[in-house]
Design a protein around this ligand. Structure first.
Ligand code: TMP
Length: 211
């Protein structure tokens, strides 16, 4: 009964994906499509509360499995409350991060087995997979500098993961590139080094081909 399209944005912190996600949402709306924008973790009132726990630098002692389950708790709520209903009514759903983030941050980054992540995905998402995923790829140096600038601008209340080591972020980036390679029909890898307009144009070009 699903009629809508489910499009996700992925990338390392500071890759510029959230900016591009908003630009694409507006562009699709200008073209007359009904678009729902959501975010992981977050996206619902309950998800927002979970997001605060996950990203608060005061929670540095959160255990990897507790962290993993909280990401999926937020996602289960978002899938049932926002994403599936929107898709069933024919809307385009844009989601800023989804299970690929868990595969690379908790999987490649923290060493949790991908099969464990996918077991939880089956419970939380009940078979829902993105139709198309934009991976905004950028080198580590540029993305960390951007993430730092963002923290200076909006404060450090969401900086827990930015404080991970460079090696962690490198594993995340490599994890993303490996995922994209394993599912080339779903992933579109976008070079995120250009200016906002340039990267936006690459995304719109890919949209014309893939949707
Ligand atoms: P954001 O700032 O792009 O909204 O992402 C929040 C942080 O949460 C970011 O550092 C990536 C991290 N994250 C995970 O570690 N696992 C996940 O499953 C998701 C969705 C995000």
């Amino acid at each position: 009964m699903r009629r809508g399209r489910f499009i996700t944005f992925e990338g390392t912190d500071g890759s510029g994906k959230t900016t591009q996600f908003r630009i694409l949402g507006n562009w699709l709306r200008d073209r007359g499509l009904e678009v729902v924008e959501t975010v992981e973790p977050g996206g619902t009132a309950i998800g927002q509360q979970i997001r605060r726990i996950l990203l608060d630098p005061a929670n540095a002692d959160i255990q990897p499995r507790a962290e993993l389950l909280l990401y999926f708790a937020s996602r289960a709520q978002n899938v049932d409350q926002v994403i599936r209903p929107a898709l069933d009514s024919g809307r385009v759903v844009l989601c800023d991060r989804f299970t690929d983030s868990t595969l690379v941050y908790q999987g490649a980054g923290r060493g949790i087995d991908a099969s464990v992540v996918m077991d939880l995905d089956r419970i939380a998402c009940r078979g829902l997979k993105p139709d198309l995923t934009f991976l905004i790829d950028i080198d580590l140096e540029t993305s960390l500098a951007r993430a730092r600038r963002r923290n200076e601008r909006i404060g450090t209340s969401e900086s827990r993961l930015d404080e991970e080591s460079a090696a962690f972020h490198e594993r995340v980036r490599e994890g993303y590139l490996a995922l994209a390679k394993s599912e080339p029909e779903r992933f579109v890898v976008i070079d995120g080094r250009g200016g906002i307009g340039e990267v936006g144009a690459l995304i719109r070009e890919a949209m014309q081909v893939h949707v």
